[in-house]
Design a protein around this ligand. Structure first.
Ligand code: NAD
Ligand code: TYD
Length: 353
């Protein structure tokens, strides 16, 4: 038995692969294009581990997909690969359409051909798990009920529109062709290996460097933060016990305004790594808002809790403390990511294999 993971060198994908192989002997084939967001250094702990096969390639490469599926015969595909940053999607939406829409289409077609040719138990057991986001549902006004799985799709950014398109393709491949799909729509994640372009890691690394902490607009936008390890456990639960064709919303019942998140990070850094220059909150600056900025996301996670018995293990307090500590303990990871030097890792570790 084998899993094919796409995007397993990114933030959530690498956390998933590390968690999976810490708990299971089932090998993982990890297909990742190593865009700016992919970092083999995240997977350094698996160096020399025969259960992890890394393949440098693109989900849009159909011949490569066909070869990998024929060679490894995975029992499931876990599809994490995506362009994932809203601000980048505003500056350059093309890559989001290419990977999130066209790439998902190509992966679905390869999966369909593979699954159609299976028989018996292998065909019945096969799963295509699509990892998606709560951003497909659009923005909530204050006080409105949290997103359920039947909330209308109202994506507002090029990123969320491209993820919504991929969700629709996955749904259609199930409805029309019977492909056994599972979809999870998760809220904002945070934790180790989070690329420091996103809010939480950016604030930690900027604060430590004495740089401004740029809050967009009034900072009252609300996100529903979930520790990445809890997202990984939710995916494992859905893969194991989720009903085929169903969507599960994943979230931590933890709505927080951006300003409060940044204040909390500053307070933790004041405690764990006090600065001689004074409290870190002195670095907070308000900058021009993001165009089309969604005001509030909130997940109603009752379906996955009720049907699969999943619950997050971390509260925001335990998760954010672990995360800040992780960044303090991994200054080398931050420095390598910031210098772009992690790209050298590929040549160092894999060129001779
Ligand atoms: P990320 O940007 O950190 O990582 C994406 C990974 O995909 C990178 O390793 C990158 O190299 C790879 N990739 C990109 N294009 C590729 C291509 N064409 N072929 C193969 N690999 C490619 O993203 P993330 O934050 O880890 O998110 C993973 C998934 O989870 C995405 O689908 C995202 O939409 C979804 N998601 C993310 C969050 C969040 O808070 N980060 C929340 C909910 C859902
Ligand atoms: P981000 O981490 O980019 O995730 P998303 O946009 O997918 O929710 O941003 C989280 C929130 O933080 C979002 O409301 C935008 C805001 N934000 C800032 O205020 N300043 C920043 O520098 C960044 C990157 C984000």
């Amino acid at each position: 038995m084998t899993l094919l993971v796409t995007g397993g060198a990114g933030f959530i994908g690498s956390n998933f692969v590390l968690d999976w192989l810490a708990q299971s002997e089932e090998p993982v084939v990890n297909l990742d294009a190593l865009t700016y967001a992919g970092n083999l250094g995240n997977l350094a702990a698996l160096r020399g581990d025969p259960r992890h096969v890394f393949v440098h390639g693109d989900i849009g490469d159909r011949p490569l997909l066909d070869r990998l599926l024929a060679e490894h015969r995975p029992r499931a595909i876990l599809h994490f690969a995506a362009e994932s940053h809203v601000d980048r999607s505003i500056h350059g939406p093309g890559a989001f359409i290419k990977t999130n829409v066209e790439g998902t289409f190509t992966l679905l077609e390869a999966a369909r051909a593979h699954w159609t040719a299976l028989d018996g138990d292998a065909k019945a057991a096969f799963r295509f798990h699509h990892v998606s986001t709560d951003e497909v549902y659009g923005s909530l006004v204050p006080g409105a009920p949290a997103f359920t799985e039947t909330h209308p799709y109202e994506p507002n950014s090029p990123y969320s529109a491209s993820k919504a398109a991929s969700d629709h393709l996955v749904r259609a491949w199930h409805h029309t062709y019977g492909l056994p799909v599972l979809t999870t729509n998760c809220s904002n994640n945070y934790g180790p290996y989070h690329f420091p372009e996103k809010l939480i890691p950016l604030m930690i690394v900027n604060a430590l460097a004495g740089k401004p902490l740029p809050i967009y607009g009034d900072g009252q936008q609300v996100r529903d933060w979930l520790y990445v390890g809890d997202h990984c456990s939710a995916i494992r639960a859905v893969l194991a016990r989720g009903r085929v064709g169903e969507t599960y919303n994943v979230g931590g019942w933890n709505e927080q305004a951006n300003r409060d998140i940044v204040q909390r990070i500053c307070a933790l850094l004041d405690e764990l790594r006090p600065s001689a220059a004074g409290p870190y909150a002195r670095l907070i600056t308000h900058v021009t808002d993001r165009p089309g900025h969604d005001r509030r996301y909130a997940i109603d996670a009752r379906k996955i809790e009720r049907e699969l018995g999943w619950r997050p293990a971390e509260t925001f307090e335990t998760g954010i403390r672990k995360t800040v500590r992780w960044y303090l303990d991994h200054a080398d990871w931050v420095a390598t990511v910031q210098s772009g030097g992690y790209r050298d890792w590929l040549a160092t570790n894999y060129s001779a294999r």
